[in-house]
Design a protein around this ligand. Structure first.
Ligand SMILES: Nc1nc2c(ncn2[C@@H]2O[C@H](COP(=O)(O)OP(=O)(O)O)[C@@H](O)[C@H]2O)c(=O)[nH]1
Ligand SMILES: [Mg+2]
Length: 349
């Protein structure tokens, strides 16, 4: 899979104000929430306040940086996670020039960085670019990059020069928040033992491979701790691939998403929900269901926070706190990220 070839067609949205549904492929979480607010049985004043909150959330921009060796699966990972059909490749960016490449989704930007390991000089150039990007400020004067996903091939022996990136760039630039903002993603779990011990029928590792991956994650964690002082919990997953008619579905992608959402600032988490890949197959295979449950709660909390006010009196409270948020969590979250867990689908329809 190659993100460089992504097209820039417009995301299909559903026109809600006119009541005509243009397509069912994907609904904007923001317009769904807006719809809900407008139909709530509350004062116009209260509606206005809620819509204002929503507008603020809608304006949030999330910036994610990908680092990792060439071939580790950075492109495959963003393709699996996000709805890349709407991505626009940054203008004037040539992937061959070993520059940071920008993929722009609605309100989510993925900064893809070239892999290290092609010589000291080139590595230095790339490190300088990564550093520059991390020093960049957004329009509010805040650090532009919200989080870094470090994609590592799960069968690789060592993080090598990526410790240097963590030590010399990420720790100084993220400061105290470094351990919160770095997600270590151990990809290609399916072929970590040279392709053996993968249970293709159930799209998961068998017991032997699972034990191997556990050990792998523990040793990577220990080595990162030793080399950088940070305690990061690596996620073993599989971004999947589709080649020559052979397809491997992602594994533990929901688990990876869970860690990404935790690494993102709360106010920006809906931007992730908004841009998720709608293919439910991508989210289906995980080592534990708790990640999708927790995600549902995380996204739901933000929606409730946006719609409920707590400060209102009288009947508004009943409407806000009892019926509607619960309904919204079901309908909105269900509708938008229906793929995250099979159960949401049922709620959504
Ligand atoms: N078996 C397997 N192959 C993968 C996985 N993720 C990516 N790949 C393959 O690894 C190769 C490199 O992936 P790519 O996403 O281009 O890596 P990048 O250079 O880091 O962007 C491609 O052939 C992918 O199909 C995975 O989880 N399992
Ligand atoms: Mg790539």
């Amino acid at each position: 899979m190659n993100t460089e070839n992504m097209n820039s067609e417009e995301k299909a949205t559903t026109s809600t104000t006119s009541g005509t549904s243009t397509t069912e492929t994907k609904k904007s979480i923001y317009s769904l929430i807006e719809e809900e607010i407008k139909s709530m049985d509350i004062s116009d004043e209260a509606k206005k306040r809620k819509l204002k909150k929503l507008a603020k959330l809608k304006k949030q921009q999330l910036n994610v940086m990908l680092v990792g060796a060439t071939g580790s699966g950075k492109s495959s990972t963003v393709n699996a996670l996000f709805d890349m059909s709407v991505a626009k490749v940054g203008e004037g960016v040539d992937p061959e020039t070993r520059k940071v490449t920008e993929f722009q989704l609605d309100n989510l930007t993925v900064w893809d960085t070239p892999g290290l390991g092609d010589g000291v000089e080139k590595d230095q150039e790339i490190a300088d670019e990564i550093l520059l990007k991390l020093q960049e400020k957004d329009s509010e004067g805040e650090q532009l990059i919200d989080l870094v996903i470090m994609v590592v091939d799960a069968s690789s022996k060592d993080l090598g020069n990526y410790y240097t990136i963590i030590n010399d760039i990420l720790i100084p630039e993220f400061g105290e928040l470094a351990s919160k903002k770095i997600v270590i993603a151990l990809n290609q779990s399916d072929i970590a033992m040279k392709g053996t011990h993968w249970d293709s029928e159930n799209n998961k590792p068998d017991d032997v491979l699972e034990a191997f991956l556990k050990k792998k994650a523990a040793s990577v964690r220990a080595r990162i701790k030793e080399n950088t002082g940070l305690d990061l919990k690596p996620v073993c997953y599989c971004a999947g691939y589709s080649e020559n008619g052979v397809q491997r579905k992602p594994y533990n992608l929901t688990k990876l998403l869970y860690h990404i959402v935790k690494a993102a600032p709360k106010a920006k988490r809906l931007t992730i929900a908004e841009n998720l890949n709608n293919d439910s197959n991508n989210w289906f295979y995980n080592d534990d269901i708790k990640y999708s449950e927790s995600l549902k709660k995380d996204f739901g909390d933000i929606v409730v926070d946006c719609l409920g006010e707590g400060m209102e009196t009288g009947s508004d409270i009943g409407g806000d706190l009892l019926g509607i948020p619960g309904m919204i969590v079901g309908a909105v979250i269900g509708g938008v990220i229906g793929g995250v867990a099979g159960v949401f689908k049922a709620i959504a329809s």
